[in-house]
Design a protein around this ligand. Structure first.
Ligand code: HEM
Length: 426
Protein backbone atom coordinates (compact mmCIF):
# COMPACT_ATOMS: atom_id res chain seq x y z
CA UNK A 1 0.00 0.00 0.00
CA UNK A 2 1.64 3.29 -1.08
CA UNK A 3 -1.19 5.81 -1.01
CA UNK A 4 -0.73 7.96 2.16
CA UNK A 5 -4.46 8.72 2.41
CA UNK A 6 -5.19 4.97 2.47
CA UNK A 7 -2.49 4.48 5.10
CA UNK A 8 -4.09 7.24 7.20
CA UNK A 9 -7.45 5.52 6.80
CA UNK A 10 -5.88 2.32 8.11
CA UNK A 11 -4.33 4.15 11.10
CA UNK A 12 -7.73 5.70 11.79
CA UNK A 13 -9.46 2.34 11.90
CA UNK A 14 -6.84 0.09 13.51
CA UNK A 15 -7.02 0.99 17.18
CA UNK A 16 -4.85 -1.68 18.78
CA UNK A 17 -1.11 -2.09 19.08
CA UNK A 18 0.98 -5.19 18.96
CA UNK A 19 1.44 -6.88 22.33
CA UNK A 20 5.23 -6.67 21.81
CA UNK A 21 5.08 -2.83 21.90
CA UNK A 22 3.43 -2.78 25.30
CA UNK A 23 5.86 -5.46 26.49
CA UNK A 24 8.89 -3.14 26.67
CA UNK A 25 6.89 -0.72 28.85
CA UNK A 26 5.39 -3.52 30.98
CA UNK A 27 8.73 -5.19 31.62
CA UNK A 28 10.36 -1.94 32.66
CA UNK A 29 7.59 -0.09 34.49
CA UNK A 30 4.91 -2.68 35.28
CA UNK A 31 1.37 -2.81 33.97
CA UNK A 32 -0.17 0.53 33.01
CA UNK A 33 -3.04 1.70 30.83
CA UNK A 34 -1.29 4.21 28.54
CA UNK A 35 0.75 2.42 25.87
CA UNK A 36 -1.38 -0.69 26.44
CA UNK A 37 -1.92 -2.74 23.28
CA UNK A 38 -5.72 -2.85 23.43
CA UNK A 39 -7.34 0.49 22.56
CA UNK A 40 -10.26 -0.21 24.92
CA UNK A 41 -7.87 -0.36 27.84
CA UNK A 42 -5.77 2.63 26.78
CA UNK A 43 -8.73 4.87 25.89
CA UNK A 44 -9.63 6.25 29.33
CA UNK A 45 -6.03 7.17 30.23
CA UNK A 46 -5.48 8.73 26.80
CA UNK A 47 -8.56 10.90 27.08
CA UNK A 48 -7.77 12.05 30.58
CA UNK A 49 -4.17 12.93 29.68
CA UNK A 50 -5.25 14.66 26.45
CA UNK A 51 -7.72 16.79 28.42
CA UNK A 52 -5.05 17.89 30.84
CA UNK A 53 -2.57 18.72 28.11
CA UNK A 54 -5.25 20.69 26.22
CA UNK A 55 -6.11 22.52 29.43
CA UNK A 56 -2.52 23.53 29.77
CA UNK A 57 -2.35 24.73 26.17
CA UNK A 58 -5.58 26.69 26.34
CA UNK A 59 -4.95 30.38 25.90
CA UNK A 60 -1.25 30.06 26.71
CA UNK A 61 1.52 30.64 24.22
CA UNK A 62 4.18 29.18 26.49
CA UNK A 63 3.67 25.77 27.98
CA UNK A 64 7.07 25.78 29.64
CA UNK A 65 7.77 28.39 32.26
CA UNK A 66 10.51 31.02 32.34
CA UNK A 67 12.14 29.12 35.22
CA UNK A 68 12.48 26.05 33.04
CA UNK A 69 13.97 27.98 30.13
CA UNK A 70 16.39 29.77 32.49
CA UNK A 71 17.44 26.49 34.06
CA UNK A 72 18.13 25.02 30.62
CA UNK A 73 20.13 28.11 29.61
CA UNK A 74 22.18 27.89 32.80
CA UNK A 75 22.90 24.25 31.86
CA UNK A 76 24.02 25.39 28.39
CA UNK A 77 26.33 28.04 29.90
CA UNK A 78 27.81 25.48 32.32
CA UNK A 79 28.42 22.98 29.50
CA UNK A 80 29.96 25.68 27.31
CA UNK A 81 32.55 26.41 29.98
CA UNK A 82 34.36 23.32 28.70
CA UNK A 83 34.32 24.60 25.10
CA UNK A 84 31.60 22.68 23.26
CA UNK A 85 28.69 20.34 23.90
CA UNK A 86 27.63 17.01 22.51
CA UNK A 87 24.46 17.67 20.51
CA UNK A 88 22.79 14.43 21.62
CA UNK A 89 23.57 14.90 25.31
CA UNK A 90 22.39 18.50 25.45
CA UNK A 91 19.20 17.60 23.52
CA UNK A 92 18.58 14.80 26.00
CA UNK A 93 19.03 17.12 28.96
CA UNK A 94 16.69 19.73 27.47
CA UNK A 95 14.02 17.09 26.76
CA UNK A 96 14.39 15.63 30.23
CA UNK A 97 14.01 19.05 31.89
CA UNK A 98 10.93 19.92 29.81
CA UNK A 99 9.25 16.59 30.53
CA UNK A 100 10.22 16.47 34.20
CA UNK A 101 8.94 19.98 34.93
CA UNK A 102 5.80 19.36 32.90
CA UNK A 103 4.97 16.29 34.96
CA UNK A 104 6.28 17.33 38.37
CA UNK A 105 6.25 21.12 38.25
CA UNK A 106 9.10 23.36 39.43
CA UNK A 107 9.76 20.89 42.28
CA UNK A 108 11.64 18.92 39.64
CA UNK A 109 14.15 21.76 39.11
CA UNK A 110 15.17 21.72 42.78
CA UNK A 111 15.16 17.91 43.09
CA UNK A 112 18.65 16.74 44.03
CA UNK A 113 18.24 13.34 42.36
CA UNK A 114 17.25 14.63 38.91
CA UNK A 115 20.66 13.91 37.33
CA UNK A 116 20.64 10.34 38.60
CA UNK A 117 17.05 9.93 37.34
CA UNK A 118 18.10 11.09 33.86
CA UNK A 119 21.03 8.65 33.75
CA UNK A 120 18.88 5.77 34.97
CA UNK A 121 16.12 6.48 32.45
CA UNK A 122 18.65 6.49 29.61
CA UNK A 123 20.27 3.25 30.78
CA UNK A 124 16.84 1.61 30.78
CA UNK A 125 16.01 3.10 27.37
CA UNK A 126 19.17 1.58 25.91
CA UNK A 127 18.22 -2.00 26.88
CA UNK A 128 14.40 -1.95 26.98
CA UNK A 129 13.79 -3.30 23.45
CA UNK A 130 16.47 -5.96 23.85
CA UNK A 131 14.93 -7.52 26.97
CA UNK A 132 11.44 -7.20 25.53
CA UNK A 133 12.54 -9.08 22.41
CA UNK A 134 12.79 -12.39 24.35
CA UNK A 135 9.73 -14.54 23.75
CA UNK A 136 9.91 -15.78 27.34
CA UNK A 137 11.08 -13.41 30.05
CA UNK A 138 14.77 -14.38 30.45
CA UNK A 139 14.79 -15.02 34.21
CA UNK A 140 17.91 -17.16 33.74
CA UNK A 141 20.04 -14.22 32.50
CA UNK A 142 22.06 -12.27 35.04
CA UNK A 143 21.94 -9.17 32.85
CA UNK A 144 18.17 -9.27 32.97
CA UNK A 145 18.21 -9.04 36.78
CA UNK A 146 20.64 -6.13 36.60
CA UNK A 147 18.19 -4.45 34.23
CA UNK A 148 15.29 -5.17 36.57
CA UNK A 149 17.24 -3.66 39.44
CA UNK A 150 17.67 -0.43 37.43
CA UNK A 151 13.92 -0.42 36.81
CA UNK A 152 13.27 -0.84 40.55
CA UNK A 153 15.62 2.07 41.31
CA UNK A 154 13.67 4.20 38.81
CA UNK A 155 10.38 3.29 40.51
CA UNK A 156 11.79 4.32 43.92
CA UNK A 157 13.04 7.62 42.51
CA UNK A 158 9.70 8.28 40.81
CA UNK A 159 7.91 7.72 44.13
CA UNK A 160 10.40 10.07 45.77
CA UNK A 161 9.72 12.97 43.37
CA UNK A 162 5.99 12.28 43.59
CA UNK A 163 6.19 12.60 47.39
CA UNK A 164 8.19 15.82 47.10
CA UNK A 165 5.52 17.18 44.75
CA UNK A 166 2.83 16.21 47.23
CA UNK A 167 4.65 18.02 50.09
CA UNK A 168 5.22 21.17 48.02
CA UNK A 169 1.64 21.08 46.85
CA UNK A 170 0.35 21.04 50.40
CA UNK A 171 2.60 23.99 51.18
CA UNK A 172 1.32 26.01 48.25
CA UNK A 173 -2.27 25.08 47.62
CA UNK A 174 -2.91 28.52 46.25
CA UNK A 175 -0.57 27.69 43.37
CA UNK A 176 -2.00 28.43 39.91
CA UNK A 177 -3.83 25.30 38.88
CA UNK A 178 -2.77 25.55 35.27
CA UNK A 179 0.86 26.30 35.83
CA UNK A 180 2.00 22.67 35.88
CA UNK A 181 0.54 19.48 34.57
CA UNK A 182 1.72 17.43 37.45
CA UNK A 183 0.07 18.90 40.48
CA UNK A 184 -2.10 16.70 42.63
CA UNK A 185 -5.16 18.67 41.47
CA UNK A 186 -5.09 17.24 37.99
CA UNK A 187 -7.30 14.24 37.33
CA UNK A 188 -4.86 12.09 35.39
CA UNK A 189 -2.07 12.65 37.88
CA UNK A 190 -4.16 12.54 41.00
CA UNK A 191 -5.43 9.13 39.90
CA UNK A 192 -1.89 8.02 39.27
CA UNK A 193 -0.39 9.46 42.41
CA UNK A 194 -3.26 8.71 44.72
CA UNK A 195 -3.23 5.05 43.72
CA UNK A 196 -6.74 5.44 42.28
CA UNK A 197 -5.90 3.11 39.43
CA UNK A 198 -6.86 -0.35 38.36
CA UNK A 199 -5.59 -2.77 41.04
CA UNK A 200 -3.53 -4.58 38.42
CA UNK A 201 -1.69 -1.43 37.39
CA UNK A 202 1.69 -0.39 38.74
CA UNK A 203 1.53 2.86 40.78
CA UNK A 204 3.20 5.59 38.68
CA UNK A 205 3.49 3.16 35.74
CA UNK A 206 1.94 5.71 33.38
CA UNK A 207 4.19 8.48 34.67
CA UNK A 208 7.34 6.42 34.13
CA UNK A 209 6.06 5.42 30.68
CA UNK A 210 5.46 9.08 29.79
CA UNK A 211 8.90 10.15 31.03
CA UNK A 212 10.44 7.33 29.01
CA UNK A 213 8.56 7.87 25.74
CA UNK A 214 8.44 11.67 26.03
CA UNK A 215 12.17 12.03 26.78
CA UNK A 216 13.35 9.73 24.00
CA UNK A 217 11.07 11.22 21.37
CA UNK A 218 11.64 14.85 22.39
CA UNK A 219 15.43 14.32 22.54
CA UNK A 220 15.32 13.12 18.96
CA UNK A 221 13.28 16.14 17.81
CA UNK A 222 15.46 18.71 19.63
CA UNK A 223 18.62 17.02 18.29
CA UNK A 224 17.21 17.10 14.76
CA UNK A 225 16.40 20.83 15.02
CA UNK A 226 19.86 21.68 16.38
CA UNK A 227 21.56 19.72 13.61
CA UNK A 228 19.49 21.46 10.91
CA UNK A 229 20.20 24.90 12.41
CA UNK A 230 23.97 24.44 12.62
CA UNK A 231 23.97 23.19 9.03
CA UNK A 232 21.89 26.12 7.74
CA UNK A 233 23.18 29.42 9.15
CA UNK A 234 20.91 31.40 6.83
CA UNK A 235 17.72 29.89 8.21
CA UNK A 236 19.05 30.37 11.74
CA UNK A 237 19.66 34.09 11.03
CA UNK A 238 16.16 34.49 9.59
CA UNK A 239 14.62 32.81 12.63
CA UNK A 240 16.63 35.14 14.87
CA UNK A 241 15.33 38.18 12.96
CA UNK A 242 11.81 36.78 13.21
CA UNK A 243 12.12 36.31 16.98
CA UNK A 244 13.41 39.88 17.43
CA UNK A 245 10.70 41.29 15.18
CA UNK A 246 7.93 39.50 17.11
CA UNK A 247 9.46 40.59 20.40
CA UNK A 248 9.64 44.24 19.36
CA UNK A 249 6.03 44.28 18.28
CA UNK A 250 4.78 42.57 21.42
CA UNK A 251 3.98 43.91 24.86
CA UNK A 252 4.05 40.42 26.35
CA UNK A 253 6.89 39.28 28.55
CA UNK A 254 6.73 35.66 27.42
CA UNK A 255 7.56 34.37 23.94
CA UNK A 256 4.79 34.85 21.40
CA UNK A 257 5.71 31.67 19.53
CA UNK A 258 2.55 31.46 17.48
CA UNK A 259 3.78 34.50 15.55
CA UNK A 260 7.13 32.83 14.79
CA UNK A 261 6.10 31.02 11.66
CA UNK A 262 9.55 30.18 10.29
CA UNK A 263 10.55 28.73 13.67
CA UNK A 264 7.41 26.56 13.76
CA UNK A 265 7.95 25.49 10.13
CA UNK A 266 11.54 24.55 11.05
CA UNK A 267 10.26 22.34 13.86
CA UNK A 268 7.79 20.60 11.51
CA UNK A 269 10.49 20.10 8.92
CA UNK A 270 12.94 18.69 11.49
CA UNK A 271 10.25 16.27 12.68
CA UNK A 272 9.55 15.27 9.08
CA UNK A 273 13.20 14.54 8.32
CA UNK A 274 13.84 12.57 11.52
CA UNK A 275 10.74 10.97 13.02
CA UNK A 276 11.41 9.61 16.53
CA UNK A 277 10.52 6.10 15.38
CA UNK A 278 10.99 4.96 11.76
CA UNK A 279 8.01 2.55 11.93
CA UNK A 280 4.45 2.75 13.23
CA UNK A 281 2.86 -0.54 14.20
CA UNK A 282 -0.80 -1.36 14.54
CA UNK A 283 -3.34 -4.13 14.44
CA UNK A 284 -7.02 -4.66 15.00
CA UNK A 285 -7.22 -7.39 17.64
CA UNK A 286 -10.92 -8.30 17.36
CA UNK A 287 -12.48 -7.03 14.13
CA UNK A 288 -11.65 -7.21 10.45
CA UNK A 289 -11.12 -3.78 8.90
CA UNK A 290 -12.48 -2.52 5.59
CA UNK A 291 -10.55 0.38 4.13
CA UNK A 292 -12.14 3.08 2.01
CA UNK A 293 -10.95 1.42 -1.22
CA UNK A 294 -12.73 -1.78 -0.17
CA UNK A 295 -9.58 -3.63 0.93
CA UNK A 296 -10.18 -6.08 3.79
CA UNK A 297 -7.63 -6.45 6.56
CA UNK A 298 -8.25 -9.51 8.74
CA UNK A 299 -8.36 -9.17 12.52
CA UNK A 300 -4.97 -9.78 14.13
CA UNK A 301 -2.98 -8.91 10.98
CA UNK A 302 0.27 -7.13 11.71
CA UNK A 303 0.29 -3.64 10.16
CA UNK A 304 3.56 -1.76 9.77
CA UNK A 305 3.85 1.77 8.37
CA UNK A 306 7.36 2.90 7.35
CA UNK A 307 6.82 6.49 8.54
CA UNK A 308 10.35 7.61 7.72
CA UNK A 309 10.11 6.40 4.11
CA UNK A 310 6.72 8.08 3.65
CA UNK A 311 8.09 11.33 5.02
CA UNK A 312 10.91 11.33 2.49
CA UNK A 313 8.85 10.21 -0.46
CA UNK A 314 9.10 12.51 -3.49
CA UNK A 315 5.54 11.79 -4.61
CA UNK A 316 4.24 13.41 -1.42
CA UNK A 317 6.94 16.01 -0.79
CA UNK A 318 8.33 16.93 -4.21
CA UNK A 319 11.75 16.59 -5.76
CA UNK A 320 13.50 18.14 -2.74
CA UNK A 321 11.93 15.62 -0.32
CA UNK A 322 15.26 14.65 1.23
CA UNK A 323 16.38 18.29 1.72
CA UNK A 324 15.79 20.56 4.69
CA UNK A 325 13.29 23.14 3.49
CA UNK A 326 11.02 24.60 6.19
CA UNK A 327 9.34 26.76 3.55
CA UNK A 328 7.35 23.75 2.40
CA UNK A 329 5.14 24.38 5.46
CA UNK A 330 4.62 28.07 4.66
CA UNK A 331 2.31 29.65 2.13
CA UNK A 332 2.68 33.20 0.95
CA UNK A 333 -0.35 35.33 1.65
CA UNK A 334 -1.36 37.37 -1.37
CA UNK A 335 -1.87 41.03 -0.40
CA UNK A 336 -5.46 42.27 -0.50
CA UNK A 337 -6.90 38.79 -1.03
CA UNK A 338 -7.88 35.81 1.08
CA UNK A 339 -5.91 33.43 -1.07
CA UNK A 340 -2.56 31.87 -0.21
CA UNK A 341 -0.09 30.03 -2.39
CA UNK A 342 2.54 27.45 -1.73
CA UNK A 343 6.07 28.85 -1.45
CA UNK A 344 8.05 25.67 -1.19
CA UNK A 345 9.48 26.06 -4.68
CA UNK A 346 10.16 29.80 -4.36
CA UNK A 347 12.06 29.57 -1.10
CA UNK A 348 14.83 31.95 -2.19
CA UNK A 349 12.43 34.74 -2.95
CA UNK A 350 10.56 34.29 0.29
CA UNK A 351 11.78 36.17 3.32
CA UNK A 352 9.47 35.82 6.33
CA UNK A 353 10.60 39.18 7.62
CA UNK A 354 9.59 41.00 4.43
CA UNK A 355 6.64 38.88 3.33
CA UNK A 356 3.40 37.90 4.90
CA UNK A 357 3.10 34.17 5.46
CA UNK A 358 0.61 31.60 6.59
CA UNK A 359 1.67 28.44 8.39
CA UNK A 360 0.17 25.31 6.88
CA UNK A 361 -1.21 22.58 9.13
CA UNK A 362 1.46 19.87 8.68
CA UNK A 363 -1.23 17.21 9.04
CA UNK A 364 -2.78 18.46 5.77
CA UNK A 365 -0.17 16.29 4.07
CA UNK A 366 -1.22 12.68 4.72
CA UNK A 367 2.43 11.64 4.58
CA UNK A 368 3.34 13.69 7.68
CA UNK A 369 3.43 11.08 10.45
CA UNK A 370 6.10 11.88 13.10
CA UNK A 371 3.39 11.62 15.78
CA UNK A 372 1.47 8.80 14.13
CA UNK A 373 -2.15 9.29 13.25
CA UNK A 374 -5.64 8.01 13.92
CA UNK A 375 -6.88 6.30 17.05
CA UNK A 376 -3.47 5.87 18.67
CA UNK A 377 -1.94 9.14 17.56
CA UNK A 378 0.49 10.77 20.02
CA UNK A 379 -1.36 12.59 22.79
CA UNK A 380 1.57 14.96 23.35
CA UNK A 381 1.86 16.34 19.80
CA UNK A 382 0.51 19.88 20.28
CA UNK A 383 2.16 20.19 23.66
CA UNK A 384 5.56 19.20 22.26
CA UNK A 385 5.37 21.62 19.34
CA UNK A 386 4.51 24.52 21.63
CA UNK A 387 7.04 23.55 24.33
CA UNK A 388 9.91 23.04 21.90
CA UNK A 389 9.05 26.28 20.06
CA UNK A 390 9.13 28.21 23.36
CA UNK A 391 12.49 26.71 24.22
CA UNK A 392 14.04 27.50 20.82
CA UNK A 393 12.59 31.03 20.77
CA UNK A 394 14.55 31.74 23.97
CA UNK A 395 17.65 29.80 23.00
CA UNK A 396 18.02 31.44 19.60
CA UNK A 397 17.30 34.88 21.03
CA UNK A 398 20.33 34.53 23.30
CA UNK A 399 22.69 32.19 21.43
CA UNK A 400 23.93 31.42 17.98
CA UNK A 401 24.36 27.68 17.54
CA UNK A 402 27.31 26.50 15.45
CA UNK A 403 29.19 23.36 14.71
CA UNK A 404 32.45 23.25 16.70
CA UNK A 405 35.00 24.75 14.25
CA UNK A 406 37.74 22.22 14.96
CA UNK A 407 35.90 19.12 16.04
CA UNK A 408 32.93 19.38 13.66
CA UNK A 409 31.28 16.13 12.70
CA UNK A 410 34.54 14.24 12.69
CA UNK A 411 34.89 13.82 16.44
CA UNK A 412 31.87 12.34 18.07
CA UNK A 413 32.21 11.67 21.76
CA UNK A 414 28.92 9.75 21.81
CA UNK A 415 26.51 9.87 18.92
CA UNK A 416 26.02 13.56 18.20
CA UNK A 417 28.19 16.24 16.61
CA UNK A 418 29.98 18.69 18.90
CA UNK A 419 28.26 22.07 18.82
CA UNK A 420 28.90 25.51 20.28
CA UNK A 421 26.36 27.92 21.78
CA UNK A 422 27.84 31.41 21.28
CA UNK A 423 26.15 34.13 23.40
CA UNK A 424 24.77 36.88 21.18
CA UNK A 425 25.94 40.38 22.07
CA UNK A 426 23.13 42.90 22.16
C1 HEM B 1 8.87 14.95 19.91
C2 HEM B 1 8.19 14.30 20.82
C3 HEM B 1 7.26 13.15 20.55
C4 HEM B 1 7.11 12.38 19.42
C5 HEM B 1 7.86 12.51 18.09
C6 HEM B 1 6.10 11.40 19.71
C7 HEM B 1 5.67 10.43 18.83
C8 HEM B 1 4.74 9.45 19.10
C9 HEM B 1 4.36 8.39 18.22
C10 HEM B 1 4.91 8.16 16.81
C11 HEM B 1 3.42 7.66 18.85
C12 HEM B 1 2.68 6.45 18.26
C13 HEM B 1 1.52 6.99 17.48
C14 HEM B 1 0.81 6.00 16.59
O1 HEM B 1 1.00 4.78 16.72
O2 HEM B 1 0.02 6.46 15.73
C15 HEM B 1 3.22 8.24 20.17
C16 HEM B 1 2.37 7.76 21.12
C17 HEM B 1 2.12 8.40 22.31
N1 HEM B 1 2.65 9.59 22.75
FE1 HEM B 1 4.10 10.60 21.88
N2 HEM B 1 5.65 11.60 20.99
C18 HEM B 1 6.33 12.65 21.53
C19 HEM B 1 6.19 13.19 22.80
C20 HEM B 1 5.17 12.86 23.66
C21 HEM B 1 4.88 13.54 24.90
C22 HEM B 1 5.67 14.74 25.44
C23 HEM B 1 3.80 12.92 25.45
C24 HEM B 1 3.06 13.23 26.72
C25 HEM B 1 3.35 14.15 27.61
C26 HEM B 1 3.41 11.85 24.55
C27 HEM B 1 2.38 10.97 24.77
C28 HEM B 1 2.11 9.88 23.99
C29 HEM B 1 1.19 8.82 24.36
C30 HEM B 1 0.39 8.75 25.65
C31 HEM B 1 1.20 7.89 23.32
C32 HEM B 1 0.51 6.56 23.30
C33 HEM B 1 -0.73 6.58 22.54
C34 HEM B 1 -1.35 5.21 22.57
O3 HEM B 1 -0.66 4.19 22.49
O4 HEM B 1 -2.57 5.17 22.67
N3 HEM B 1 4.27 11.84 23.48
N4 HEM B 1 4.03 9.34 20.29
Amino acid sequence: MKDPTLIKDMLLKAGDKLPSIGKAFRLAFGRSSLFFCSYDQAQKGRESLAMELDDKLLGKANVISKNVVNSIMQGVDASMSIGSVDCKLISQHMAFTILGTSLFGDTFLAWSKATFYEELLMMIAKDASFWASYRFTPFWKRGFWRYQSLCTDLKCLTLDIVQQCGKNHKLSCHMDRNSHIGTANDKFFSQELGGDINAREEPCGNIMGLMFHGCIATTSLIGSILERLVADAEIQDKIYSEIMKVKQGSVREDQDVEEMLLLLATIYESARLLPAGPLLQRCSLKDDLILKNGMLIPAGALLVVPAQLLQMDGSSWGSDASKFNPYRFLSKAVKGSDSVHDTSSTEEAADPIQCSFVLNDPNDNAAFLPFGSGMRTCVGQKFVFRGVATLFASLLEHYEVRLHPQLGNGSKSTAGPEIVFARRSR
